[in-house]
Design a protein around this ligand. Sequence first.
Ligand SMILES: [Zn+2]
Length: 376
Amino acid sequence: MAGRVSIGQGAQFLDALTRVSNRSGVSQDIFETAMGFLDIECRAGGLWLPAQGLWLDPRRRRTGPEPVVVTHAHADHIGAHRQVILTRPTARFMRLRLGGRRAERIVAFGEPLTLEGPAGLYTLTLLPAGHILGSAMAFVQSDVGSLLYTGDFKLRAGGAAEPCDLSLVSSCDTLVMETTFGLPRYRFPPATAVWEAIHGFCRETLDQGGTPVLLAYSLGKSQEVLVGLGNAGFAVALDRDCHRIARLYEELGFPLPPYALWETSPAPGTVVVCAPNAARARRISPLTRPRLAAVTGWAMDTACRHRYGVDAAFPLSDHADFSELLELVDHVRPRRVWTLHGFAADFASTLRERGFDARTLGQPDQLSLGLPPAPT
Ligand SMILES: [Zn+2]
């Protein structure tokens, strides 16, 4: 998000003012809607709410007195900020990944925080986003209006994250949502069918004397893959990064099936799970007849196998698919939607066709540039 893009309508406004008469003939002024939109700006690789003095997921380091909400600990959402508001798991993952010290305000899901910004008091509530362990949506409520910022999310139940819970949000004025898979062709098959296919790939590879290697990024996805394999009785070895984060999952009270550390030669009959960069570093070459599979939502694209250089690809994602994006919008009934990430322009167009006031925020569409998006 280069430069500074100012969004919003500024001060509070009135949507409608209607004059009617009651039975006694005395006229009344009825304010049908007296709520407005919070000002939001696209800055420092994230969002800035000037009236609240609040940052949401800036990529560039913030050292001022304004608090920063970090929705989850993936690399494109964290930074060495001065003070952060986040969940306990996100704080632990950030300490592991960034080191250093910062002022942490750790909050539980659903616990409203009253904060003071330049325009007065407002409430911030973190809600489970269902993306990875500790991932949160940020719900901001002020006298001017309300805003829900989704960060990365999914509505489907996953194996390694708290389920998304939007029961506290029956409506909002502004919705800022990620739209990674914002095209109709990204409707994922049921998870049971995907897992059957993954299990089949692993069994077949092991039966032929080979080593199945599943590529899944280290924070979140590799733990979900571990759960899905362990529940089916497979022995699993994790690369060093995935292993370190699995340990943290357990320290945070999240139960995982047994797993080993993959160093050189895993025990016969073991499925190796590693981050894509570990495979690229040719660490797989000592393995016996390795067969690689990518575990990513981009497996819906026929070019995925070629793009990742793998033998198979399975569409298991920790992001919402197209249907879930629509479901979210239907649930929170926003008066205005801003889309960002992935197919943001396409999804905003889809929403406009459905009668929503929807606009695009952030970077140009990735597909139109022909760039492979990051693994998800
Ligand atoms: Zn993420």
